[in-house]
Ligand binder design. Sequence first.
Ligand SMILES: *Cc1c(COP(=O)(O)O)cnc(C)c1O
Length: 338
Amino acid sequence: MSRHAAWQGSADHVELSPIAVSLADIQAAQRRIAGLAVRTPAKRSFALAERVGGPAFMKLEMLQPTGAFKVRGAANRLLALTNEERRAGVITVSTGNHGRAVAYVARQLGLRCVVCLSELVPRNKIEAIVACGAEVDVAGTNQDAAFERARARAATDGLLMVDPFDDPYVIAGQGTLGLEVLTDVPDVATIVVPLSGGGLAAGVAAACKASKRAISIVAIASERCPAMLRSLQAGKPIDVAEHPSVADSLGGGIGLDNRFTFGMVRDLVDEIQVVSDAEIAAALRFVFSEERLVVEGAAAVPIAALLRAVGGDFVPPVVAVLTGDNIDPQQHLEILRA
Ligand SMILES: *Cc1c(COP(=O)(O)O)cnc(C)c1O
């Protein structure tokens, strides 16, 4: 356990909740999404290797067609719709990247798509969603308000709600990234992922734990909105205030009626850490100067955790998942100059 652990998993719960997403579900997702999501490389990082004292890799999810891993879950969900559901169309709520992924996949499949967003979602992300041909509905000052709007419109407009994380198809889709890591870095000992609603952490953890290999899953949250962490500490999903963060994609709660990701993260994730906006900004600068890679704030949180680690905190080989690069170019420049 590292000095920075804010929460530690325990295997005690495994008997309590059957895991909602099986290895077979994730393998089925891998076959289903192959034409829409790409298989991303795990790039070796010598700068990070020095920090963790052993091999380190970055999984480059910004190479996905929408610039973030979310296309995996969105593709798996939409490709599993019935013909009737396809005819009706879909609605979703998003901090940006999920909405863009759903809009992208919906366009490929020729479906109607509505994306509800809060006023916290950056302009560049809204424009990208509109460019995919989706209808955008900006409602409320936070993600929870946008969620309410999406729920209401799903009912009145007869659209299928595509949850950004709390859906077994979405979780299985995100888990395909874990299967790729198992193949590409067969001796991986630690996978570090960003944590918001927990679809990514739950899917990757389900894939890795099913492999029965000794792999530690460490999830990193932003201290500006650690909804999953606070909920785990409370023993149930709770409301957590959302503050603007450089990691804008990590905003929003986990849903008081959370059905899947809360239990899966509790039972399958080994450790949660929290990082500050200053640490995230420093990590974003590190990734650019050392690796010449552009990432958005949310994608820099695993790097932020690795940069403050001391030997032994993360057992190598370590894989850090760089989840996306959808940052406003002006904001990126400002952070680099700071
Ligand atoms: C959505 C998102 C996350 C967090 O994923 P969850 O499944 O909500 O935990 C991390 N990084 C980026 C870039 C995202 O878009």
